[in-house]
Design a protein around this ligand. Structure first.
Ligand code: ZN
Ligand code: ZN
Length: 180
C-alpha cells in the first residue's frame, strides 16, 4: 500500500484502507505458523499530512481474527485493532536502529524514513497490527481452562480432580501447546 509523496500536502489526505491479509507478509506468516486465522481484510482509515520537515501518517485499522484460547483451547473470534501515528522523514533506506518508538496516550508513535517519491505503508501497518496480536490468547480474562486430569472444560462445569496436581499438569499442558 503506497502513497505518492506529492499527494501529501498541508491539507490532510484521507485514505480508506481495505487490503487483503495476503498482501502483508508478516500477517500472512502469522497465519501460516498457526498464530491465528484472519477472517477478512485489514480495514480502516489513514490520514496523511505534510508538516514542517516530515509527513505525519495517522491510522486506525482493524482486522477480524480467530484465535485458539491458550487455556481452554477453544477457538474464538475477535477483532484486532491498532491506532498509530508514524512520522516519515526523507532519508536513506531505513535501518533497524533509526526506528524509534515511544508510547504516548495509548497511541504508538513511530519514526520512519522514506526515499523516492512514495511511502510504502504496508510494512508499517502490519507491524502495528502484529503488535496487537496477543502472545497468549484468552477467550476471556476469566477463562478457567481445561482440567488436565480429566480434560473437562472448567468453563462448562466443575470436576472432582485434586487441585495441587492440576497446577503441575496444567503447566505441562501449556508447554506442550507452545511446542506444537
Ligand atoms: Zn478459554
Ligand atoms: Zn478434572
Amino acid at each position: 500500500m503506497k502513497i505518492s509523496v506529492d499527494h501529501i500536502q498541508e491539507k490532510a489526505l484521507t485514505i480508506e484502507v481495505d487490503e487483503p491479509v495476503d498482501t502483508f507478509p508478516v500477517l500472512s506468516g502469522m497465519q501460516a505458523d498457526g498464530t491465528c486465522i484472519f477472517n477478512g481484510p485489514v480495514r480502516g482509515q489513514i490520514s496523511a499530512v505534510r508538516e514542517y520537515d516530515h509527513l505525519r501518517v495517522a491510522g486506525n485499522v482493524t482486522v477480524p481474527a480467530t484465535f485458539t484460547c491458550s487455556r481452554c483451547l477453544a477457538s474464538y473470534g475477535t477483532e484486532i485493532g491498532s491506532n498509530f501515528t508514524i512520522f516519515f522523514r526523507k532519508g536513506p533506506a531505513s535501518q533497524e536502529n533509526d526506528e524509534e518508538e515511544t508510547e504516548l496516550n495509548d497511541q504508538d508513535l513511530v519514526s520512519a524514513t522514506y526515499s523516492g517519491d512514495e511511502i510504502d505503508l504496508t510494512h508499517e501497518i502490519e507491524e502495528q497490527v502484529a503488535m496487537e496480536v496477543p502472545f497468549k490468547p484468552l477467550c476471556s480474562e476469566t477463562c478457567k481452562g481445561l482440567c488436565p486430569t480429566c480434560g473437562i472444560d472448567l468453563n462448562q462445569g466443575d470436576c472432582s480432580c485434586g487441585s495441587d496436581e492440576v497446577n503441575f499438569k496444567f503447566s505441562a499442558l501449556k508447554d506442550f501447546k507452545v511446542s506444537r
